[in-house]
Write a protein that binds this ligand. Sequence first.
Ligand code: GDP
Ligand code: IMO
Ligand code: MG
Length: 427
Amino acid sequence: MPALVLLGAQWGDEGKGKATDLLGGSVDYVVRYQGGNNAGHTVVVGDQKYALHLLPSGILSPGCTPVIGNGVVVDPSVLLSELSGLNERGVDTSKLLISGNAHIITPYNVTVDKVTERFLGKRKIGTTGRGIGPTYSDKINRVGIRVQDLYDESILTQKVEAALDVKNQLLTKLYNRRAIAVDQVVEELLAYAEKLAPYVTDTVLVLNRALEENKVVLFEGGQGTLLDIDHGTYPFVTSSNPTAGGACTGAGVGPTKISRVIGILKAYTTRVGAGPFPTELFDADGEALRRIGGERGVTTGRDRRCGWFDAVIARYATRVNGLTDFFLTKLDVLTGWEEIPVCVAYEIDGKRVEELPYSQSDFHHAKPIYETLPGWSEDITKAKSFSDLPKNAQNYVKALEEMSGAPISAIGVGPGRDETIEINSFL
Ligand code: GDP
Ligand code: IMO
Ligand code: MG
């Protein structure tokens, strides 16, 4: 089973960082395949807490080679400060590999992200403001800057000129901002070239060779299924493909190589930024989930919107990703509720709907239909096996599994590496 994909089954922040870190000790490579420093992954190792944005969570496992694949967008200043932050804490980052085909988030992409959000006003997406959308937009428009361009000054200058041609018109004439000088951008980008050089390589070749040698490769998604540009709640999505197919395009590995796809699933639901969220709570329960679950963004510090578990979404994630397993996280957060509602279907225009509607208008006014499951009050954070869980917690997990369409192979009962119940081994 050499190639596994680990991805978010909801709207991000499901606990992918912890799950990746947990497996990191047993895998040879951990690969980010999409997104950029819009991601925020918290990993707790012993009494140490790490916040990672761009680096794969496998960076904390000494035997593991972390890889930033071609599908990722890289802000060099963020990358370098993340690396030096880890080095200061004694983490060896020298094994990192970066694809020369990954696109660079330039300073003007960050500017454009911020001004377009401001211009959207009430209709804004609530992006992380990190330049993600504009960088992917440049990539698709074929005016993007790639990591390898840092090593050819003449090409870099031509490309920055081409990218700024239209953008400066927009910035000055539409957005009322100052034009951005080509030379200044080129100079800033060239300053990163030498520092990044030791890491830059043909990661597609490296990963395919590793798979031929039966090495274990873990592809770590950023964001989540419902934030996917194709399969998410468009336009309230990110600008890449966190879903399983993205691992193939974003790392240059064929689909025949992928042996297992693990969906990280929170025992309730959260979302950051704008967009529909049928089970969102605006009452004391929502506030309690936020407080007990520590639901505050790692990247932007925004409070996460919180709601009950939504099985319609989980089934959808199983389908579009071909999930083989779920890793259920944060079950401990639900301790103390007498009863726990779970959304099993939606009501749309008076009709019961079992699956995610493809029409955006329908989804925007989908009302959750709840079934209520009995809760538990015992502390579960020390549970090491499924049978250690109180009966009602076991039944909650079994009910979620039945509704969601794939086996739950691990359960998180706390943020630490060892606060995990393993049911089926992932490797
Ligand atoms: P990611 O973006 O998917 O990696 O998730 P985040 O790191 O943004 O958010 C998940 C948060 O939940 C982090 O603070 C984790 O430390 C924490 N966490 C992960 N798994 C568990 C769990 O099983 N129980 C609890 N209580 N916290 C967890
Ligand atoms: P991790 O990897 C949760 C959301 C933003 C916004 C939308 C688009 O930690 O799960 P973008 O800056 O990507 O153009 O913003 O996507 N978003 C996330 N929400 N977790 C994330 O990452 C996210 N990355 C982006 O809030 O609604
Ligand atoms: Mg996160």
